[in-house]
Write a protein that binds this ligand. Sequence first.
Ligand SMILES: Cc1cc2nc3c(=O)[nH]c(=O)nc-3n(C[C@H](O)[C@H](O)[C@H](O)COP(=O)(O)O)c2cc1C
Ligand SMILES: [Mn+2]
Length: 471
Amino acid sequence: MAYASLRDFVRALETAGELRRIPVEVDPVLEITEIADREMKSPGGGKALLFEKCKGAAFPLLINAYGSTKRMALALGVHDVEEIARELETILKAKPPTSFKEALALLGTALELRHAKPKKVEGREARVECRLSDLPVQKCWPGDAGRFITLPLVITKDPDTGTRNVGMYRMQVIDDWTTFLHWQLHKTGARHWRRYCELKQRMPVTVALGGDPVYAFCASAPLPDGIDEFQLAGFLRKKSVELAGDVPVDCDFVLEGYVDPAEPVGMEGPFGDHTGYYTLPEAYPKFHIERITARKDAIYPSTIVGVPPMEDFYMGTASVRIFLPVFKLTFPEIVDIALPAEGVFHNLVIVSIKKQFPYHAMKMMHGLWGMGQMMFTKIIVVVDADVNVHDTREVLFRLCANIDPQRDLIFTKGPADVLDHATPVMGFGSKLGIDATHKLSGEKDCRPWPPLIAMDEAVKKRVDALLQDLR
Ligand SMILES: Cc1cc2nc3c(=O)[nH]c(=O)nc-3n(C[C@H](O)[C@H](O)[C@H](O)COP(=O)(O)O)c2cc1C
Ligand SMILES: [Mn+2]
């Protein structure tokens, strides 16, 4: 189902009892964070919050709109994100692709067939001109360098192929017409920018905010370079994204401008980040804005990141659920994957596998480290197929019971999340793989493996009946 606008989604949240309106004036400088953080940390992720009066700004602010399993599904127009995973699995099974990239390319083809390809249209909603200080951009945490736009759709193009990319890269406000663009080293926007630098050409950049909530989810999803996020959006909302230029017509705000490769980079940050720590200042380019327009009824979408659990956990989890069928094509041994909130995406991945041969767990680790943004994963724990990876207690029990540290741990190195402050060098670090599966006879240094204790099914049934009689 497609939402006609962000306002339309707000109505859906309200109908579902998932929205709390805040009618009193609240300051986007720190105060909204304190309220939103309490909400995000309340059981199940609390509710979405609509701040109707933001101090010093002309527009309302929506936050925590994705911050629960239910709201995340609602944003994607389904009851349960697993519906999308199943649909994707059916499409992929029709003509099994041989790689992750091919799988997504096939997805693209499937989308074209169902007319989910973006559609060019003329003009958009009546709009008003504005400047950045009209927007309720948050200063999130006390140590932040300033105000940061946290849910932007940063739209850029590959200068060689013209291929579009939509990435979610935070933007630190410098003044009314300038921001930083925080596209990290490994992201597609950064690759486009490096190419413009080589060509010594001015880089056109358009940033959109709001519109159908599906867009922001797609901008954050780990699609391979070359796959258009708006194509995925069309698939998810079962309706083509209507574009005026490269911007969905229903977006609430549109910021048009450029990055100049001739201009020296500046120091962006610090910023209270996903990691739960501040990221220290690093060099990033400046975005020069030439024009900002807004819908008359515009709502400014925002989020905060920080000590987990936060709203982005639900966005990341939805990505993993939706793309699990794609992972399984390359790795049919995978049963399930979990990225616990405490691991903030890249620190910890737990994967269960149907173990078929000696050292299978090691093959799984290397496979994951070689797949897209999974390359950033610091610790991978592999468990047997019967372990519920979402039950951290069960995982810890098996991990502690099944490993001989010397035998079952592997260390390696590779690209790391640039936000990880613990790595010795930015963007590069060591990795730990823990094989917590049962060991097979072909594996070195292990004795015959004992069975896990479990009661006979027949006895369980008899006892169920017995207890029923007693009640
Ligand atoms: C709330 C939020 C904020 C994010 N901020 C950034 C950021 O500032 N810089 C960045 O490189 N990635 C950031 N990300 C992650 C990227 O959006 C994500 O890696 C995405 O897949 C990148 O798309 P790309 O492969 O098209 O570059 C953020 C994600 C979320 C959910
Ligand atoms: Mn991309």
